[in-house]
Design a protein around this ligand. Structure first.
Ligand code: MOS
Length: 712
């Protein structure tokens, strides 16, 4: 395959349609005659609905129908679990009974002529509850072991692992640290709110939906309504950010379809910003104890990582907090344990490097604390514990460029000029801090399909039911197709975001390029080879002209046995400079320098863009983001973008320096890509936390590191 386009910094092929507003997002599709829906939500965290009176709402202007558990259609709720759904537990059933399991649970739906009428009538539904005592604070429950183990890359992810003997290794260690790190609940907060337009035609349903996985929306809604998945057509060409909130098919999608069917009209349902905190998941609150033991020379002898996180009472959502600890650094004695704290909350979900972002934060802060205790440079500590292979899986790494990442990012940052003593570096009155952390994320690759259609005029139409929540899928797939076909990029049209297109895995877990990209490559190769074989020509446009008719090919790709032979991950290193105002305790991030070994980089421009996004996400995680849950009732007291702070431009440094280490990995997948979406986020928060310690001499172990926590 020639590489005219792969690797090039191609601008987004959908950029023009996005900036001119012609790209239609879920709520923007024009569906004639549609009505609007608004959700009535529970305002207790646990209990039963004692009375629910919808008479006033029904009589309000413009109201078409009001549904509660008392008059709602009974839904089939057939068993269905997609790869993104918790393995244990059962999804929330909406409007099927009087039970309330969490604050903000949907307990009613109003369908009306206008949005204002729907919202107004929803406020007229009067509800009384028989409340039950609810637990919404992680501090008030005893964490329990998950009942079932999640799988990663096709293998079990155990909730407890042990190699060697950690207790005796910790007791014998010359230097130890033992600390607890806390990350609060965080919400995704994409720019575009979740929205669904539902329209029925007999037993057939069309959904325009914000989604990271159209195929799964069709399957889930079909299971909920007890109809064949082929009856559900899901359209989602553009997604205005999601960060994981669009992976599962949440109850509001069911409500839109329920309302549309019962009202006999298409229905549009868009969540408000506030509602985004009550029904599309969040990063769970985590508490992580990390104990490390080492020799004076800085050789790790013991690692203990004991973590727990919140989940709901009806599903066990469990994320990979401990995966990286098991292999990132070499250590003969390692104990990891993962537990869950079931609360009266809605189920948390995947959010921006789920598992690794949280787990690596704790591990890499602990490594920094160990480096301080050892009086050893934190990069040197990591280099002294660089493993020869994955010591947990007992497999070689398919590739691991982390030494190059430390070296390149460290040089670009100027790390050798660091004075190791905390509070020793200043710029005028400001304290300056330099910190670093390692990053890693698994290379996921799942079965995917694509179709290529070559036309006599020398153009190509390539398609796959993928999503693009921002990384640039439209563009990167066009590059892969154009290169594989040997056609100019303007002659290739790639489309995505429709459940009738060939199947893909979820647009998450950093696996779209690996999986869908490999499928696109395979389909294009097949179509091209077919045309050339049929015509005996070597030039594709000439062959297509000669053939005079379209040629179509489909391809399905799936992982080979590489995951059984290699440990496959992307690796990186992140270096950060902060300043802390000694009087106001305000932290500013001045520079972030990251280097990544992430396999082949298909588009230098969108890849760099994605890493900048991850760095900004890391600033939010380290310094700002916190969904404050009221321990009395489970309400999120800052469920809005005025009080839930996220980084704005003024919070982002001018220097966000990204380097991709040249890495050719023949094992991971046919394209040789490792995925970038998540690793870009991993390592940023701990590097910032470590830099703040270096600036101030204060170790804040509970995120976000706000001025209030830094002030004496
Ligand atoms: Mo990503 S949290 O897997 O969308």
């Amino acid at each position: 395959m020639s590489a005219a386009f792969i690797g090039q910094p191609i601008s987004r092929v959908d950029g023009r349609s996005k900036v001119t507003g012609s790209a239609a997002y879920a709520a923007e599709f024009i569906v004639p005659g549609h009505a609007y829906a608004a959700i009535v939500r529970a305002n207790v965290a646990k209990g039963r609905i004692a009375t629910i009176d919808s008479a006033r709402a029904e009589g309000a202007p413009g109201v078409i129908a009001v549904f509660t558990y008392r008059n709602s259609p009974r839904l089939a709720y057939r068993p269905h679990k997609g790869a993104v759904d918790p393995e244990v537990g059962e999804r929330l059933h909406v409007l099927q009974d009087d039970r309330v399991t969490h604050q903000g649970q949907p307990i009613g739906l109003v369908v009306a002529e206008t949005l204002e009428q729907a919202i107004d009538a929803a406020n007229l539904v009067s509800v009384t509850y028989t409340p039950e005592s609810a637990v919404v604070d992680i501090a008030h429950v005893t964490p329990v072991a998950p009942t079932q183990q999640k799988t990663d890359q096709g293998e079990k992810r155990p909730s407890e692992t042990l190699r060697g003997n950690v207790d005796s290794a910790l007791a014998a260690a010359e230097v130890t640290i033992d600390q607890t790190y806390v990350i609060p609940r965080e919400n995704h907060n994409p720019m575009e709110m979740h929205a669904t337009i539902a329209a029925w035609d007999g037993e057939r349903l069309t959904l325009w939906d914000k989604s990271q996985w159209v195929g799964n929306v069709a399957e889930e809604i079909a299971a909920v309504f007890g109809i064949p998945a082929t009856n559900v057509h899901v359209i989602s060409p553009f997604v205005g950010g999601a960060f994981g909130s669009g992976l599962r098919t949440w109850p509001h999608v069911t409500l839109a379809a329920l309302g549309a069917r019962a009202a006999g009209r298409p229905v549009k349902l868009m969540l408000s910003r506030r509602e985004m905190y009550y029904g599309v998941g969040y990063r769970p609150h985590t508490v992580q104890r990390v104990a490390l033991g080492a020799s004076r020379e800085g050789r790790l002898s013991a690692t203990l990582h004991d973590a727990y996180q919140e989940t709901s009472t009806y599903e066990e959502y469990s994320e990979a907090l401990l995966n990286a600890t098991r292999f990132l650094h070499s250590c003969p004695n390692v104990y990891t344990r993962h537990r869950l704290a079931p609360l009266n909350v809605h189920t948390p979900t995947w959010m921006r490097a789920p598992g690794e972002a949280s787990g690596v934060y704790a591990l890499e802060c602990a490594m920094d604390e160990l480096a301080v205790a050892l009086k050893l440079d934190p990069v040197e500590l990591r280099l002294r514990n660089e493993p020869a292979r994955d010591e947990h899986k007992k497999l070689p790494f398919s590739s691991r460029s982390i030494r190059e990442c430390y070296r390149i990012a460290g040089e670009r940052f100027g790390w050798s000029r660091r004075n190791a003593t905390p509070r020793s570096m200043r710029d005028g009155r400001l304290l300056v801090g330099w910190g670093m952390a390692s990053a890693t994320y698994p290379t996921n690759y799942a079965p995917a399909s694509a179709r290529a259609r070559l036309l006599p005029d020398g153009s190509a139409e390539v398609t796959s039911a993928a999503s693009d929540m921002g990384p640039g899928t439209w563009t990167s797939m066009t590059q892969v197709a154009a290169d594989t076909l040997g056609l100019p990029i303007e002659r290739v049209r790639f489309t995505l975001g429709d459940s009738r297109m060939p199947k893909t895995p979820p647009h998450g877990g950093s696996m779209t390029m690996a999986s869908v990209g490999s499928a696109v490559q395979a389909a294009c190769r097949k179509a091209r080879d077919d045309v050339l074989a049929r015509t005996g020509a070597t030039d594709l446009p000439k062959a297509l002209r000669k053939l005079g008719q379209p040629v179509e090919a489909s391809a399905d790709v799936k992982p080979d046995d590489a995951a059984g032979r290699f440990s496959m991950h992307a690796f990186g290193a992140v270096f950060v400079e902060v300043t802390v105002d000694p009087d106001l305790a305000e932290t500013r991030v001045r520079r972030i320098v990251g280097a990544y070994g992430a396999g082949r980089i298909v588009n230098q421009k969108t890849a760099r863009s994605q890493c900048i996004g991850g760095m900004i996400g890391g600033i939010g995680m380290a310094l700002m983001e916190h969904s404050v849950v009221d321990a009395r009732n489970g309400r999120v007291t800052n469920a809005n973008l005025a009080e839930y702070a996220v980084p704005v431009h003024a919070d982002c440094p001018a220097v966000m320096d990204v380097t991709f280490v040249d890495e050719q990995d023949p094992h991971v997948n046919p394209l040789g890509v490792k995925g970038l979406g998540e690793i870009a986020m991993v390592g940023v928060a701990p590097a910032i936390a470590n830099a703040i310690f270096h600036a101030t001499g204060k170790r804040i172990r509970e995120l976000p590191i706000t001025p209030a926590k830094l002030v004496d």
